[in-house]
Design a protein around this ligand. Structure first.
Ligand code: PLP
Length: 452
């Protein structure tokens, strides 16, 4: 077979791809007909495809390329580490310098009292860790019956059996017989779609109090933890009403259950602070991290664990859990370099103080568009809800078809936006500049106009 390169005709690359590559969250037969878009290179916030077309990547890949594409320092860090020590594990009393350095750095960046990290290869794996860790924690404290984990419908916590079970995505549950036992889902705080006549504030309280109702239903001696994303990402960038998180916090504190903040998207600057928990004043026991930890340049995830939980786990004998790539040295070196760039270049501060407020003003003005009912934004993640009738917040009967159409209009207009049903969402690289935000907005408005 000839060497397969960027220079081959797109149709040939697409045919080979469809013949041999099974894609995540994709209908294979459709892919074979349409062909996948072949991305060949990227720089800053821009992607280039095999046809030479450039696209502004308003999704930062999959919500992860926080420092933008093309940072040579990360390539150098990976190459250096590969030459020095490409792999060693962290099982059975061994360690290495990159993982020591990364752990110490994370302890410095995390909120007070978070001095411990358990590594995984991804966010999904980290959430699998969390399931086992919180159950093991209660077991070690003499309460093995505290096993149930409460999470939310339309939440996303990954694609492994554990992650997808914690998640509340019905189509995922339907394939593979999920959820696993002892996971209970409450409703999401999506006021636009589900709030009816209630004010957002009352609705936020009502949805939070479903957690208390579930705890009372099972008994708090049966509940291990509640897990949620500070802002639901894959569910459609659902920014909760202001009343929601304070009430959730009150309930978790009152009922002696652990709180897991899934920071896989919200972490590392996305909401304008290092962690979404800081933005929403959440005091979790465990934070799931991945994506922005390495800006997607190398696969890595983990659980940031508070001292109280880590002390119990560390003193309960072997924690019989871990992955071959827990604390992978190359990923750790890349993540460390990524954190250095985020910190030294003041990227999180720039998001909070300059670019996110600039985007917010423009994004919220989208509600003047005849298709847009609601615009939500938290730092550098945002969504708009398309509706046929703003007043009643009605949904389109063709559920999702318009969103899909708008997304294809975006592609044609040189913009990668994603759709969740009829919500259009963005999560651009945190390094996006004001003039690039202008370009993003121009292309988004043009695409919405063409969808209307
Ligand atoms: N948790 C959240 C909040 C996510 O958004 C994702 C992925 O989008 C995950 C977990 C799973 O992470 P991964 O895809 O790295 O397994």
């Amino acid at each position: 077979m000839n060497k397969i390169t960027n220079h081959m005709p797109t149709a040939e690359l697409q045919a080979l791809d469809a013949a041999h590559h099974m894609h995540p969250f994709t209908a294979g037969a459709e892919l074979a007909k349409a062909g996948a878009r072949v991305i060949t290179s990227a720089d800053g916030v821009m992607l280039t495809d095999s046809e030479g077309k450039t696209l502004l990547d308003a999704m930062a890949g999959l919500w992860c390329v926080n420092i933008g594409y093309g940072r040579n320092e990360l390539a150098e860090a990976a190459a250096r580490q590969m030459r020095e020590l490409p792999y060693y594990n962290t099982f059975f009393m061994t360690t290495h310098v990159p993982v020591i350095a990364l752990s110490a750095k994370l302890a410095e960046l995390a909120p007070e009292g978070f001095n411990n990290v358990f590594y995984a290869g991804s966010g999904s794996e980290a959430n699998d860790t969390n399931i086992r860790m919180v159950r093991h924690y209660w077991s070690a404290k003499g309460q093995p019956e505290k096993k149930i984990i409460i999470s939310r419908k339309n939440g996303y916590h990954g694609s492994t059996l554990g992650g997808a079970s914690l998640g509340g995505m019905i189509p995922m549950h339907q394939q593979g017989g999920l959820p696993i036992p002892d996971i209970h889902h409450i409703d999401q705080p999506n006021w636009w779609a589900e709030g009816g006549d209630m004010s957002p504030e009352d609705f936020g309280l009502e949805r939070a109090r479903q957690l208390e109702a579930a705890i009372n239903h099972y008994g708090e001696d049966k509940i291990a933890a509640f897990i949620a994303e500070p802002v639901q990402g894959a569910g459609g960038v659902i920014v909760p009403p202001e009343t929601y998180w304070p009430e959730i916090q009150r309930i978790c504190d009152a009922h002696d259950i652990l709180l897991i903040a899934d920071e896989v998207i919200c972490g590392f600057g996305r909401t304008g602070n290092w962690f979404g928990s800081t933005t929403y004043n959440i005091k979790p026991h465990i934070m799931t991290i991945a994506k922005g930890l390495s800006s997607g340049y190398a696969p890595i995830g983990g659980s940031l664990v508070c001292d109280e939980v880590a002390d119990v786990i560390n003193n309960a004998g072997d924690f019989n859990h871990g992955y071959t790539y827990s604390g992978h040295p190359v990923s750790a070196a890349v993540a460390l370099e990524n954190l250095r760039i985020l910190e030294e270049e003041g990227i999180v501060d720039t998001v909070r103080d300059e670019t996110a407020p600039y985007l917010k003003e423009k994004w919220e003005a989208l509600t003047d568009h005849p298709l847009i009912g609601q615009a939500s934004i938290s730092g550098m993640m945002a969504s708009v809800a398309m509706t046929p009738h703003k007043e009643s917040r009605a949904a389109f009967k063709t559920s999702g078809a318009l969103g899909y159409y708008c997304r294809t209009r975006c592609f044609d207009n040189g913009l990668v936006m994603r759709h969740v049903g009829d919500r259009m969402i963005i999560s651009p690289p945190l390094v996006i500049k004001k003039d690039e935000i202008d370009t993003l907005m121009d292309r988004a408005v043009k695409s919405l106009d063409e969808t209307y």
